[in-house]
Design a binder for this molecule. Structure first.
Ligand SMILES: [Zn+2]
Length: 353
């Protein structure tokens, strides 16, 4: 991966290039934005640009062929420390941060980052899944964030600012990443073999909310079955409340028992609802953009089956607002079960009108 093939996030890229060029890079960055939009790849590219031996760091470029570039690509560069939550754990563990009980502060991220850089340049750490940082873990990081070793650079990667502990937020420079634009995502969809031609890629991109992760998911058969079921349930009159809330809970359970992945799924569910309400609103008002006519038509027919279009625009607008509100609550530590219950109750009532 290099900057020429990296897709999107131009503003952030320009900002980093400038900061590196002026040698005014902070030591800790908290990168936040939805899952599957390239934050981790971005951080690795910054690391590569700073460690590539063919270019000076201030040039902010990568050659892809020097030993450093090859090692970073392979995940073996001695100056790049990468950690993320282990699959069977619900948090980033103390072992990963400060070492096991027996060798506390003699291994783990906080220890390794204090070692002399092998390359003679700097140590860089990429910590993924910081949404899952528990208070104890965060506390163990504070000293390193407050007094970073000279030149050390730490990227903390999470999905939203609200999900981070105040102690971490206040010690980081925050960089926000937005979902990819549809045309950008379509490029990645084709590159990853998720669609065979540009039209299919764009269609999948339009349902994927700027996230490659969601695009991959959109191709999954059980996911797309659930999506169809969800759309039918939301469009039926009256809404079968127990069936709808049960099917959403079952879907969340089937995907993940753990926090972050569950929240991602719940956002996906709510995004489908928002899209459906918006599409119904467009149909109700008789608005079709040329883009819709050219590309969206096939999915439109199946996505907005009909009953919702009969509702008054004010009701559709309230449904959109209520669902957006629920989506915001996902990041505010509201329990997904309680959130689904309250949201389904409200939309059931509102759609009855
Ligand atoms: Zn290189």
């Amino acid at each position: 991966m290099d900057w020429r093939t990296f897709v999107g996030h131009h503003r952030q890229r320009g900002w980093f290039a400038n900061a590196v060029h002026q040698e005014r890079l902070a030591s800790t960055f908290l990168m936040v934005g939805p899952s599957g939009i390239g934050k981790r790849t971005f951080a690795r590219l910054v690391a590569k640009s700073l460690l590539c031996t063919k270019y000076q760091p201030t040039e902010f470029a990568t050659c892809g062929t020097c030993e450093a570039c090859v090692q970073i690509e392979a995940g073996t560069h001695p100056d790049l420390i990468e950690i993320k939550r282990e699959k069977d754990k619900s948090n980033l563990s103390m072992e990963q941060l400060v070492g096991s009980d027996e060798s506390r502060m003699r291994e783990g991220l906080c220890y390794e980052i204090r070692m002399r850089p092998y390359s003679g340049r700097r140590k860089i750490a990429i910590v993924d899944d910081v949404d899952t940082l528990a208070v104890e873990g965060a506390n163990s990081l504070l000293k390193t964030l407050e007094e970073p070793p000279p030149g050390a650079l730490i990227f903390l990667i999470g999905t939203s600012e609200q999900r981070q502990l105040r102690t971490i937020r206040s010690r980081s420079q925050i960089v926000r990443f937005a979902p990819l634009a549809e045309d950008e995502l379509a490029i990645l969809i084709q590159r990853h073999g998720l669609a065979d031609n540009p039209a299919d890629a764009l269609r999948l991109a339009q349902q994927s909310h700027g996230s490659l992760q969601l695009a991959a998911q959109g191709r999954d058969e059980s996911m797309s079955e659930f999506r169809t079921l969800l759309i039918e349930s939301l469009d039926s009159r009256p809404i079968d409340f127990p069936r709808l809330s049960k099917s959403i809970s079952a879907h969340l359970d089937s995907v993940a028992s753990e926090g972050q992945a569950r929240r991602d799924q719940l956002k996906w569910v709510l995004d489908i609802a928002i899209d459906l309400y918006r599409e119904s609103m467009r149909q109700r008002l008789g608005v079709t953009s040329s883009l819709d006519a050219a590309i969206r038509q096939p999915s439109t027919e199946s996505d907005a089956p009909g009953n919702l279009q009969q509702l008054a625009p004010e009701i559709l607008s309230s449904l959109i607002q209520r669902t957006q509100q629920a989506r915001e609550q996902v990041d505010r530590n509201v329990s997904p079960a309680a959130l689904v219950e309250a949201w389904v109750t409200d939309v059931t009532g509102m759609s009855r009108a």
